[in-house]
Design a protein around this ligand. Structure first.
Ligand code: AMP
Ligand code: ZN
Length: 109
C-alpha cells in the first residue's frame, strides 16, 4: 500500500534495522523501544491488523526463531499485537511486538 509506513519500510523507502527476514515475514527494531529488546514482526503482504490475518503460523514461527536465536526462551518475553482504537494501534499494517531482555510490567503486574 502506497500510504503505509511499514510497506515503505518493506520497500526500503524508510530505513529500518533488520532482525529477521524470510519470504513472508520481515522483522526490525522498534524505533521507540519499550524494553531492552523491542522488535516488530510484519507480514510482507499488507493487511490492516490481525482482523485480516488467517495464517498465524508463519509469523509465529518467525518470532520463535528469533526468540531462540536471542536466547529469550527461558528468561521469557512478551508478544503483543494492538488492534484499532481500543487496542491503541497507531500503524495500520499488521505487526507483532516482541519485547524481551528485562522484567516487563503492565497487565496489572
Ligand atoms: P502500534 O502502536 O501497536 O501500532 O505500534 C507501532 C509501533 O511502530 C510503535 O511501537 C512505534 O514505535 C513503531 N514505529 C513507528 N515508526 C517506526 C519506524 N520508522 N521504524 C520502526 N518502528 C517504528
Ligand atoms: Zn502496509
Amino acid at each position: 500500500m502506497d500510504d503505509c509506513l511499514f510497506c515503505k519500510i518493506l520497500k526500503g523507502e524508510i530505513p529500518s534495522e533488520k532482525i529477521y527476514e524470510d519470504d513472508k515475514v520481515y522483522a526490525f527494531k522498534d524505533i521507540a523501544p519499550m524494553a531492552k529488546y523491542h522488535f516488530l514482526f510484519i507480514p510482507k503482504e499488507h493487511g490492516q491488523n490481525i482482523n485480516d490475518v488467517s495464517d498465524f503460523n508463519t509469523i509465529f514461527e518467525a518470532i520463535k526463531k528469533v526468540v531462540a536465536e536471542y536466547n529469550f526462551t527461558d528468561d521469557g518475553y512478551r508478544v503483543v499485537t494492538n488492534v484499532n482504537k481500543f487496542g491503541g494501534q497507531t500503524v495500520f499494517h499488521t505487526h507483532f511486538h516482541l519485547l524481551a531482555g528485562e522484567q516487563l510490567t503492565g497487565f496489572g503486574r
